[in-house]
Design a protein around this ligand. Structure first.
Ligand SMILES: Cc1cc2nc3c(=O)[nH]c(=O)nc-3n(C[C@H](O)[C@H](O)[C@H](O)COP(=O)(O)O)c2cc1C
Length: 324
């Protein structure tokens, strides 16, 4: 399938694996790219720019196809060495960067000068328009359903995607709640040129995480995620567990007085224990409502082939309806 996104990024299928902390390692990105999608290494999971340079080199050893790097701009006190990460990306010959979090304006000129395509992930039409106005090549429009940070507007993709299509001139992909061929056809119907998936890609054979994480997603239904950190205006959709219930109890008790320090134990530095060691109750970890649509743990190749086959069957059925 050819779309503005496959052409822009030089990929076979219009499917992107979004950056995911402690999931988006070289193994994940290479598996998605080898299956014809766009795999993405998560920049900040690598402690230093040198570590990122190594991860990019490892990925290049595993795939000859294009892959990207995610750069997330976080509201932190000690900002990571973003110029260093940008240098590692440019020197590593990466062709696509997914930016997320805050406005990527500060790094954009360096990436553009190096000929890198930038897709900015955002959760509202106004932020998508801003990304377009500062020169991003594409946007990833992340609806309320998404795993991770859905923003504070709570607009689900049935509204957000057609709204984005009505306003944007640059291509965009849907993100949040995407799982299968139905998601892809629906995204195309809404005007997107492809789709981005997070949670669905964790439940694949190649995802470099503990099996407990994959089994937790498999066991979860669409009712099992929770929104945390809303009082801090840093809302995150996570899978419910004992730590999340404790965190939500603190949010209820402290109300508007809640500070980040009150919940630090449940949210800070918990990803390695969860993703590597499989300690599922260690803290809050991002997961989308789409967990309810995850029924198996295929390889990335099987998953992407199945999505494309199902999408083309649906399109064929629609065409038959039109002719009837
Ligand atoms: C475990 C996990 C970690 C994530 N970490 C990041 C991250 O570090 N940076 C980022 O931009 N997005 C991150 N995301 C969001 C994904 O890139 C993607 O936008 C989101 O998962 C899409 O929603 P879905 O899970 O319904 O497919 C994460 C998502 C998950 C599930």
């Amino acid at each position: 399938m050819k779309t503005a996104i496959t052409e822009m990024f030089g990929i076979e299928h219009p499917i992107i694996q979004g950056g995911m902390h402690f999931v988006g390692l070289a193994e994940m990105a290479a598996a998605v790219s080898n299956a014809g999608g766009l795999g993405i290494i998560t920049g900040l999971t690598q402690k230093t720019p040198d570590d990122l340079a190594n991860e990019i080199a490892r990925c290049r050893d595993m795939t000859e196809r294009p892959f990207g790097v995610n750069l997330t701009f976080l509201p932190t006190v000690n900002a990571p060495d973003y110029p260093g990460y940008v240098r590692a990306i440019i020197e590593g010959g990466v062709t696509v960067v997914e930016t997320a979090g805050n406005n990527p304006q500060a790094v954009l000129p360096y990436l553009k000068d190096a000929g890198i395509r930038v897709i900015h992930k955002c959760t509202s039409v106004r932020h998508a328009l801003k990304a377009q106005s500062i020169g991003c090549d594409a946007v990833s429009v992340d609806g309320f359903e998404c795993g991770g940070h859905p923003g504070e507007d709570d607009v689900p993709n049935f509204i957000l995607l057609p709204r984005a299509a009505d306003e944007l001139e640059i291509p965009f992909v849907s993100s949040g709640g995407m799982a299968d061929g139905r998601s892809l056809v629906a995204s195309l119907a809404f005007g997107a040129a492809g789709m981005n998936m997070g949670t669905r890609f964790i439940a694949t054979r190649e995802a470099p995480v503990h099996d407990n994480v994959k089994q937790a997603i498999l066991a979860a239904s669409e009712l099992d995620t929770r929104l945390v950190m809303r009082p801090l205006r840093n809302t995150e959709r996570v899978l419910n567990n004992a730590a999340v219930e404790r965190l939500l109890e603190k949010e209820r008790e402290l109300g508007a007085d809640l500070k980040f320090e009150d919940i630090i134990e449940e949210v800070a530095g918990v990803y390695p224990s969860i993703m590597k060691e499989g300690e599922m109750d260690r803290g809050a970890w991002s997961c989308g409502m789409v967990a309810g649509l995850v029924y198996d743990i295929p390889t990335c190749q099987e998953l992407i082939e199945r999505i494309m086959r199902q999408a083309s069957e649906i399109i064929g059925r629609m065409d038959a309806l039109r002719r009837a």
